[in-house]
Design a protein. Structure first.
Length: 535
């Protein structure tokens, strides 16, 4: 196992080329490296199976954007289905020097329109999914965007289909210029748009690149189901191209599809969002053992519940199977890394998110910014090479050597590892760590696939619980377990997982639950009735 804390900034590699032209560089060096997806590309008319195909797709997109009038310096909002092809669109826009703003098609349409307004008259590039999401707002789009360009054929006369091609002129941005705009998850409020450069994206994954080069080979396959507009995925594409890491992008997370892919391709690394891993727990008991070849289960968005970690590791037959977790955010990149082996998973606590390394630094301060000694809870601040370059429409960024507030509460332990206790906005005095209590409840209630504790505006806490399909809610059992966890009288609302408001990274949007449910939960006792999407 690599020693995460031993990674040093002064030995870290630098990006080979700006991300816009990196596909061409990688295709020249490693043309046959697999670059697979579970579903065909819809906005490019040829198969994409390797780095050479990916580079050709990037050039084709660049020719189409050039024909559509996009030039260096233009800001381009992109709204497409969740598929790896959006990474090709990003690279193509970067190659001609435009600035892509990747926006999840899962965002509420009002939030998308607000993002367009903050981007100040951008081009808008859509596929059929993005077009369907935004069609009813076409009059607003005339005011908010310069032009709407569609990558698929369409009969809509208010958009421009990008079917013509004109040889583009490459003009990639410098490695320190803004290269791509992505957005935060919006779990506790409205999403923010954060800009990264090629170098800051590289800072996100430089520790992983060092591990790839030391631990991986061309016989490995890295399978991912992620939000393909997230900064993590942009950085992951850079890492794959830099290291010639074979990749399989999974667009459809349905367990039946994932089982097929696992048995057909036998990936040695698997990465997805924690809440998606929970949906895949059922595959661990499948007699065909679809996870048997996986050595690395990776999650870089949230810590996973202990039950899920144990279930996944026990489903692998690889002798070195482990769980690799990272703690960070869109704005900071990862700041803590941790590896959990199968043996260590028996007493794994997701509150310990590991050690910093590779130029990542952590400190704990009080509300006045005074550094705190080990084992003292406080506000988490960081310095990291993966820090964003700025917010769209925000104040100027502080100097690179300034400490960045994570918006979380935690403490540094004696061994230098970080214990994450709560989001600052969700913390309730006198209750302890809500995140730790969520872990306890989900561990004690295996019939649930998700459980979130939400702080109401008056400081009280309520729960939203999602039973497994086919499992009847049991309010009495829930109340008894909650009392054991130190939450007597905790009110609960049972919801189907499909009804939960989630981000593009499958994080539960607590702010939306607070807005929708707080009053109703506290006016009624716990009920076994399941809420549907219409609730």
């Amino acid at each position: 196992m690599p020693d995460i804390s031993a990674l040093k900034l002064d030995v870290m590699p630098q990006p080979t080329a700006p991300l816009g032209i990196l596909p061409a560089v990688a295709a020249e060096k490693y043309p046959d490296t697999p670059f697979l997806s579970d579903t065909p590309w819809r906005t490019y008319d040829r198969p994409v199976r390797d780095f050479a195909d990916f580079a050709r797709a990037v050039d084709d997109y660049a020719d189409r954007f050039w024909a559509g009038g996009i030039r260096r310096g233009d800001v381009v909002a992109v709204v497409q289905r969740n598929h790896i092809e959006v990474e090709g669109v990003m690279c193509a826009l970067g190659k001609i020097g435009a600035l892509p703003a990747l926006l999840s098609s899962a965002m509420e349409t009002g939030e998308l329109l607000e993002c367009f307004a903050r981007l100040d008259d951008p081009y808008l590039v859509v596929d059929s999914t993005g077009l369907a999401r935004l069609a009813e707002h076409r009059h607003a789009l005339r005011r908010l965007t310069r032009n709407v360009l569609c990558l698929e054929e369409t009969d809509e006369n208010w958009v421009v289909p990008l079917q013509e091609r004109l040889a583009h002129t490459a003009g990639p941005r410098d490695a320190d210029e803004w290269f791509v705009i992505t957005h935060s998850s919006g779990t506790t409020g409205a999403p923010k748009m954060a800009a990264h450069s090629t170098r800051s994206l590289f800072g996100m994954v430089a520790p992983m690149i060092m591990i790839f080069r030391d631990q991986y080979s061309q016989q490995d396959l890295n399978a991912k189901h992620l939000s393909f507009v997230h900064a993590r995925t942009c950085a992951g594409t850079l890492a794959s191209l830099e290291t010639a890491m074979p990749a399989l992008a999974i667009a459809d997370p349905d367990p039946a599809n994932v089982k097929r892919l696992m048995l057909e391709h036998r990936p040695t690394s698997l990465e997805t969002h924690p809440n998606v891993y929970i949906q895949w727990e059922s595959l661990a008991a499948d007699p065909d053992r679809p996870f048997q070849h996986v050595e690395r289960f990776i999650s870089t968005f949230d810590a996973m519940h202990p039950r899920t970690v144990r279930t996944l590791l026990n489903a692998s037959e690889h002798p070195r199977a482990h769980y690799f977790q990272a703690y960070g955010q869109t704005e900071s990149g990862p700041i803590c890394l941790r590896i959990v082996t199968r043996e260590e998973s028996a007493d794994y606590s997701p509150r310990n998110v590991g050690h910093s390394g590779g130029g990542m630094e952590i400190r704990i301060v009080d509300e006045h910014g005074v550094p705190q000694p080990p084992n003292t809870p406080g506000l988490i601040e960081t310095r990291s090479p993966g820090r964003m370059r700025g917010y769209v429409g925000g104040d100027p960024m502080p100097p690179e050597d300034a400490w960045w507030p994570m918006g979380d509460i935690g403490r540094l332990l004696d061994d230098g590892s970080l214990e994450l206790l709560d989001r600052s906005v969700e913390h309730v005095d006198g209750v302890g760590s809500l995140l730790e209590k969520e872990d306890h409840l989900l561990e004690a209630l295996p019939e649930l696939v998700e459980l979130v504790l939400v702080k109401d505006d008056d400081g009280t806490v309520f729960a939203v619980a999602c039973p497994r399909p086919g499992t009847a809610p049991d309010p009495e059992r829930f109340r008894a377990v909650a009392a054991e966890a130190g939450l007597p009288g905790l009110q609960v609302r049972f919801w189907e997982w499909e009804a939960m408001p989630v981000t593009g990274t499958s994080k539960v949007r607590r702010s939306v639950l607070r807005r929708k449910l707080a009053g109703r939960v506290h006016r009624t006792a716990a009920t076994p009735a399941l809420a549907s999407k219409e609730a």
